[in-house]
Design a protein around this ligand. Sequence first.
Ligand code: NAP
Length: 283
Amino acid sequence: MNLRAPSGPKAFIVGWPIAHSRSPLIHGFWLQQLGLSGSYEAVAIAPPDFPEFIETLAEHGFVGGNVTMPHKHKAFELCAGTTATAATLEAVNTLWLQDGALFGDNTDVEGFLAALDEDAPGWDTGAGRAVVLGAGGAARAIVYGLLQRGRRITLANRTRQRAELLAEHFGAGVDVIDWQGLPRALEGANLLVNTTSLGMKSHPPLEIDLAPLPPSAVVDDIIYFPLETELLRQARARGLRTVSGLGMLLHQAVPGFARWFGARPSITDSLRRLAEADVAKSS
Ligand code: NAP
């Protein structure tokens, strides 16, 4: 951890592991582009040490930061107050100190919806359902976002019980199906979202036949490593609109930056190119 007092506000991303994080690149780009003084650093903290790290944020000169796996739930528990979104998800990815007390938000929902709105405008019109694959931490944020936009959701997960728990958490609007039921579910879908880790680099592939999807459907894969997953490649080959995980990653970073450094940053083409090059470099 770098304990030097920087000039300007000092923010962090904490996780375990953390070396893979692209967040320092994104926030560093904005600090430079906007000509702001401040710093943003990656901090690796193991789960047993996380509460102490949080309790000593002010001592270390931090104004706030991001939280990633596996600390999002613990961070929620340690907050004095949270946004309604973070309270619903019981997970926090953005922290800030206010009058010495710790507050938290979950900007994954906003990031996911903003990327869809940008890359597939009009995706939330029409009668079709959203089919969501996966029932982990990311799925919870995504299901919440889709419900906020009035979508009805069909949820499939390898471990069905986990999907059922997620559906129960939200009450009405989410129907759970077995993985085998996907071909039928895709026939009536206008959106397919992959929130599993299948298709990510060094993970097993996601094997799914996209043929039943209507031609107007949008396919969103929140994985950004690789930049274009096999799922997105197949969707594009079928002429379907696609959304990759990079947009979500970039958009979820905006609210935290604005809070810590006092200026709302933009997602420019040069930032996208920089992030894409960085991901491609390690592919
Ligand atoms: P997580 O909580 O560990 O959930 C993993 C999900 O993948 C679960 O639904 C799990 O099913 C499923 N899965 C894993 N291995 C599988 C396999 N071999 N076969 C079938 N299903 C499998 O992880 P998460 O935090 O939700 O993250 C999921 C993915 O989203 C990751 O690739 C992550 O990088 C990406 N993500 C992207 C962003 C972004 O900003 N773009 C943000 C957050 C996450 P079970 O329940 O059966 O284990």
